[in-house]
Write a protein that binds this ligand. Structure first.
Ligand code: ZN
Length: 106
């Protein structure tokens, strides 16, 4: 967890920006060894969004306990920041996996 994905074949480390760019694609070709691997978001994404939801709920409860008067705006701001943080951490929860069916391509 909290690790950027690496190529499953040659263990080349991918940079944050590269992972972000390709996170919505299903496969990618390694720029180093030129082998194709699949991009897997689950269960990593599930864990990430669970963490986001839990931390947002806990923070909201904490704010409600601290604040004397009920105010929706700070709660919305907290939830918004939690979602933003979730989006920022997406590349750390992406995993690159070997493709099982061997295809010949060059
Ligand atoms: Zn590679």
């Amino acid at each position: 967890m909290f690790q950027l994905p690496v190529c499953p074949y040659c263990h080349t480390v991918y940079r944050y920006k590269e992972v972000r760019k390709t996170k919505d694609e299903k496969t990618q070709k390694c720029y180093h060894c030129h082998k194709t691997f699949s991009i897997s978001k689950f269960p990593g994404f599930l864990v990430l969004w669970l963490l986001v939801v839990i931390s947002a709920v806990l923070l909201n409860i904490a704010v409600l306990l601290i604040m004397p008067a009920f105010n929706v705006i700070p709660l919305l701001v907290i939830s918004f920041i939690a979602v933003l943080l979730g989006l920022v951490f997406i590349p750390y929860f992406v995993k690159y996996k070997k493709i099982e069916n061997k295809r010949k391509e060059n």
